[in-house]
Design a protein around this ligand. Structure first.
Ligand code: ATR
Length: 290
């Protein structure tokens, strides 16, 4: 049972637009309750023209922490007093801590993928990773992977974006390439890749029969991760399982980015299993295929 809300209860929230389908309150409130913390997590729809007022207002109200989602991850950086290196590099934040009126920004999207991979037994040292997509999520993933992998290839429909990320990552001194996302290119790159990450929205409901990767190109020694979590089992994940590959679904990224935010806010170890169960039950209530 959660503690009764009182004048001492600390408030956390996610802001975005739209926001009604967010899974963050379910995940964080379950963790607060499990650890007996007198915290509550809620969600606010904030339009772009109200972002500044909302952030200043959250500060004035003493809201202890914010998650920031679409479409505010970039614009919110303007209101930060301090930014983590990942925020500086990516130009986007998804986690804010309010420390007595000073706003500190972090980006846990990439850490989410890194931890999801590692905690599912996938080693990255010396490996080649193929990332499909070059949007905000793909960039955050590439940034986190850079410290670990030997080689990274980013493919995107709009190849310019893939090349931009690749050139921004050059200082890391790893082999990194950005190219056009075509079926032929995916097939070629998969031949010597150890890990494949779909960081596009392809396969997301309602287009659940779509995948960018032909099943015949998947092999048992490939590790396959999809950041799409609705459905939890995308076509790519199903095909990869059939091919005998190890798979990690999008729920794990959501979980571990949430856990990283939780640990930044509370300085407590995130109860991963409790948070995963909360996400699964909320998704199944919402009719997602679990
Ligand atoms: P996010 O923040 O989740 O990364 P985003 O920044 O809008 O969202 O990026 C979406 C990604 O999915 C992009 O890489 C996009 O490719 P483009 O940059 O070429 O638009 C990719 N994407 C979306 N639909 C796609 C499709 N049908 N085929 C291939 N890539 C697609």
């Amino acid at each position: 049972m959660r503690m009764a809300i009182s004048g001492r209860t600390e408030v956390f929230a996610v802001i975005g637009d739209p926001i009604e389908h967010t899974l963050s309150p379910a995940m964080h409130n379950a963790a607060f309750e499990y650890l007996g913390l007198d915290f509550v997590f809620t969600a606010f729809r904030v339009t772009s023209d109200e972002l500044e007022n909302a952030v200043r207002g959250a500060c004035a109200l003493g809201i202890r922490g914010l998650n920031v989602t679409m479409p505010h991850k970039s614009s919110v950086t303007e209101f930060l007093d301090w930014a983590d290196p990942s925020v500086k590099f990516l130009g986007a934040a998804n986690t804010i801590v309010n420390e007595r009126g000073r706003l500190r920004g972090f980006n846990t999207d990439g850490i989410g993928v890194l931890k999801a991979l590692k905690n599912n037994g996938i080693t990255l040292t010396g490996k080649k990773v193929l990332v499909l997509g070059a949007g905000g999520a793909a960039k955050a993933i590439a940034f986190s992977l850079m410290k670990e992998v030997d080689e990274l290839c980013i493919l995107n429909r709009d190849a310019t974006k893939a090349r931009e990320i690749a050139s921004a990552m050059k200082p890391f001194g790893k082999i990194i390439e950005g190219n056009n996302l075509t079926p032929q290119q995916i097939q070629v790159e998969l031949q010597d890749s150890d890990v494949l990450i779909n960081a596009t929205s392809v396969g997301m409901a309602p287009c659940t029969s779509e995948s960018l990767v032909h099943p015949a190109w998947l092999k048992p020694d490939l590790r396959v991760m999809d950041i799409v979590y609705n459905p939890i089992e995308t076509k790519l994940i199903r095909d990869a399982k059939t091919a005998g590959a190890k798979v990690i679904n999008g729920l794990e990224m959501l979980l571990y980015q949430g856990a990283a935010s939780f640990e930044i806010w509370t300085q407590c170890k995130a109860p991963i299993d409790v948070m995963r169960s909360a996400l699964l039950s909320r998704l199944s209530c919402a009719g997602a295929t679990v």
